[in-house]
Every structure is written in C-alpha cells, then in structure tokens.
Design a protein around this ligand. Structure first.
Ligand SMILES: Cc1cc2nc3c(=O)[nH]c(=O)nc-3n(C[C@H](O)[C@H](O)[C@H](O)COP(=O)(O)O)c2cc1C
Length: 309
C-alpha cells in the first residue's frame, strides 16, 4: 500500500511533520552519523539523546537488560557528550532537511537554560525537556515529579528561548497536575511518558541485575500506562501531546492517537528491530489503513477520538 502523505501529515508545537512517527530520546542521537541513521529509518523528526551542559559518563555495566516480558530495563545514566555536540547535530539535520528536537537535561534550572540556549543559538527545531528520567540521581524525575519544579524549569527555559519547548514528563502520582503546570509555564507540547522506575533481581546470585540497582522500564509492558496518562492529560487540557511508551505496532500508535496524541515516539521497538525501516513503514501503513477504516481524512481528525465515543 502506497503511503498517503497528506493523510499522515500532522503538527506538534508548531512543527510541521510529514507523519506522526519520531524516535524516542536515548536511541542514538548524539553524533552526526546517528542523525543520518535515524533519518534513514524514515522518521518525521529526530530527537537527540538527552544533552547536559558538560559531557556526562554513564554507569558501569550492566546498564541494560532484556526482560522476559518483552520490556527493557536500563540505567544508562544519561551518558552524553555535553552541549558542544549540538551545533554539529543541527548542521547535519539541516543538510538532510529533517526537524531536530534537542532533548535537554540538567540538575537545576540554570543547567536546563544553558543547554536550551545552545539549542536556540544553533536554530534547532525545538527543545524537549527531560523532566522524567527515573534512574539518574539529581536529574529527571527527581525534578519532574514535583509540579512546582516542572513549572519553574519550563518557565525558565520558555522565557529565554523562542523555539518551541516540549516538556517530557514521567510517571508520578501528580503527572496530570505536572502537565498543567508545564503548559501554564509555556510548554507548547508534552511528551508522555518516560521509562518507569523498576528493578530486576538475579535469582541465582540474589543480586540486583543493574549496577545502579534501579532502572527505567520501557517497551510493551509500559504501553497501557502511557495510554492512560495521555488520555487523562488530553481530557483535562486538550493539549498537544507526543505519546511515548511501548509502541511496536500501528495498533499501539493508533491507541495513542485515539487517546489524544498528535505524534508518537518509538524507542525500544526501534532498538530491537531487525529492520527499523520496515518497522516505521509498517506502522505508517497500518495507521493509514486505520484512518481510512474510520473515514478520517487526516490524522488530526482521529486525535482524541476515544474521548468522543
Ligand atoms: C537505553 C535507553 C536510553 C534512554 N535514554 C533516554 C534519554 O536520554 N532521554 C530521555 O528523555 N529518555 C530516554 N529514554 C526513554 C525513552 O525516550 C522512552 O521515553 C522510553 O523508553 C519509553 O518508550 P519505548 O517504550 O518506546 O522505549 C531511554 C530509554 C532507553 C531504553
């Protein structure tokens, strides 16, 4: 089935997208070569690995484990080359004409602002604030689980940048409230959700498998949780949402769209795919077929459709 480009077009936080599928942060995305590789998969936008002001080392291995339930558990530790890599990533993405979203990380407002300014000065397409990594001390969810912190980081970044700010939130009891705070502070979009804090134990050695003990669970096991969060946040605010968590087929992507997402990120499935190009193309073909079945001419007509039944 040929792709109907017009039907699949969408937009998020003012960014025009050829179709709804982009990669989730953390899967490649911190070298020029990564930008090329991700673009070759046919994604509509590329999200970088989370970038902190200075190069950051990761944890000692094992940092990632494949689970029996199809999920991955990781504690990479936000390893990245620091903000100096942003210029070349933007330059590379511009050469091949693909929108580039810089995932920004930090331990406090000042660090988030520092990386965001670098993204802005290099004319990146947008910024995704990682307020949600569940396993890196001082970063991510340690900041993002408190709605007031979400407000102040988003506000600080949104007030110094003109490019769109997207807040990536993780699972917490107050995620719906945090989403509201992010929007109030100036976020133009929300990515929901990050990995979910989890652990695995080796029953032979009786030790936690990850050196960091705790990690972030991703892949199919978290999908229903992510769908629930997207549904609740959309119901409350009708905001622009990127659904993220456990997408491995068109059905998962369609579920996110029906729950209220305008775009969808794929992480674990992309990393585990034998052929990432086929994965992307199969999801898009399935989505197109689903739109046709329901008589929707464009993706946007399907966004939030589960709220209308
Ligand atoms: C190995 C690995 C590294 C990740 N690194 C990042 C990261 O740097 N920044 C971030 O915001 N999320 C990171 N994530 C989380 C993903 O972006 C995504 O939110 C999560 O994996 C759920 O999507 P999935 O089930 O499609 O993988 C990482 C996930 C994995 C498995």
């Amino acid at each position: 089935m040929a792709l109907n480009r017009l039907a699949l077009m969408t937009s998020l936080a003012g960014i025009e997208l050829r179709h709804p599928l982009m990669n989730a942060s953390g899967f490649l995305g911190y070298t020029r070569e990564h930008v090329h590789r991700l673009a070759s998969y046919g994604l509509s936008a590329i999200v970088t690995k989370t970038i902190t002001p200075y190069a950051k080392e990761g944890y000692e291995p094992p940092i990632i484990v494949a689970l029996r339930n199809g999920g991955l558990l990781n504690a990479v530790g936000l390893e990245n080359p620091g903000k100096k890599c942003i210029a070349e990533l933007v330059e590379e993405a511009r050469k091949i004409n693909v929108p580039l979203i810089i995932s920004v990380g930090g331990r406090n407002e000042e660090e988030f602002v520092e990386v965001a300014i670098e993204a802005e000065e290099n004319s990146a397409t947008a910024i995704e604030l990682n307020l949600s990594c569940p396993h890196t001390k001082g970063y991510g969810l340690e900041i993002g689980s408190d709605p007031n912190n979400v407000f102040s980081v988003v506000k600080a970044v949104a007030s110094v940048t003109r490019i769109p700010v997207i807040a990536k939130l993780g699972l917490s009891d107050r995620v719906v409230e945090s989403a509201g705070k992010a929007l109030e502070a100036g976020a133009k979009g929300l990515t929901l959700i990050n990995t979910v804090k989890a652990m695995a134990i080796d029953v032979h050695t009786l030790k936690p498998i990850l050196t960091n003990i705790f990690g972030g669970l991703s892949g199919p096991p978290i999908h229903p949780i992510a769908v629930r969060v997207v549904y609740e946040v959309f119901k409350e605010y009708r905001s622009e949402i990127i659904g993220c968590g456990g997408v491995s087929s068109w059905i998962d992507a369609a579920e996110f769209i029906a729950a209220g997402a305008k775009a969808v990120q794929v992480g674990t499935a992309l990393a585990l795919a034998n052929n990432p190009q086929d994965l992307v193309s199969n999801i898009l073909q399935g989505l197109q077929h689903w739109l046709e079945l329901h008589g929707y001419k464009v993706v946007e007509e399907a966004v939030g459709s589960a709220h209308r039944v």
